[in-house]
Every structure is written in structure tokens, then in C-alpha cells.
Design a protein around this ligand. Structure first.
Ligand SMILES: [Zn+2]
Length: 119
């Protein structure tokens, strides 16, 4: 079990383990957030939202929602707009201890153009 959280601790994330790689995506939204994604299924990730609550942002084809803390503004994870046990949840490894980022290989995904990994 590995734990992450937003800066103020209002949103807590628990994942079973770090993935071997994290994804830095070049698309219009991920490049702005600066997120590094770890991909899981809905049933693998435990998200706890505190009383400050969470806001979500959806764009384009509205398949996924980017979730951020209402208090500190950290963008913690994205979820499917049609969630189920097997739907994808991406956690932002930026919310995890810095050590986590040293343990994974970061891959750049060209979400802005070719939809290929650039390595
Ligand atoms: Zn927060």
C-alpha cells in the first residue's frame, strides 16, 4: 500500500503499489497540470475526500474528469465519467512522496499529436 495526498491533505489516495512507469502526457491539459500519471482500475484505488470537497473538470469528449482539491487546488487524479470496477483511474504521482518519483521510469506520451510513447 502506497499513500499520496494533496498539499493540504484533504484528498488522500491509496494505491496497492507503484507502477513501473509513470506517464507524462503532452496533451493540452496534462501539459498544463504537469501531472505524472500512474494507471490503475477503479477497484484498485482508494480515494478519500475530506470536508473541503473536490471539484472536477471535463473537456473535449467528456470521457474523463480531472479532480482537484477545493482547498489547495492540487490535481490529484482523473476518473472515468462512467465509472465501474474496471474503469481507469489515473493517480497523479506528483501527490506521492518524492521518493516515489525516483523509483519509477517516466515515459512521455504524445497525447497532443501521435498518441504514441516517445521512447
Ligand atoms: Zn488539498
Amino acid at each position: 500500500m502506497t499513500k499520496g495526498q494533496c498539499h493540504c491533505g484533504n484528498i488522500q489516495l491509496k494505491i496497492p503499489h507503484l507502477t513501473e512507469t509513470g506517464t507524462s502526457c503532452t496533451c493540452s491539459i496534462c501539459s498544463r497540470y504537469g501531472s505524472i500519471w500512474g494507471f490503475f482500475t477503479d477497484s484498485e484505488v482508494d480515494v478519500t475526500i475530506g470536508e473541503q470537497g473536490m471539484s472536477s473538470y471535463c473537456h473535449g469528449d467528456k470521457m474523463i474528469e480531472f479532480n482537484r482539491c477545493n482547498q489547495c487546488g492540487c490535481m490529484t487524479h482523473y476518473t472515468s465519467t462512467a465509472p465501474g470496477p474496471d474503469s481507469r483511474v489515473a493517480v497523479n504521482y506528483r501527490m506521492f512522496p518524492a521518493l516515489a518519483l525516483k523509483q519509477i521510469r517516466i515515459r512521455v506520451f504524445d497525447g497532443a499529436d501521435t498518441w504514441q510513447y516517445l521512447d
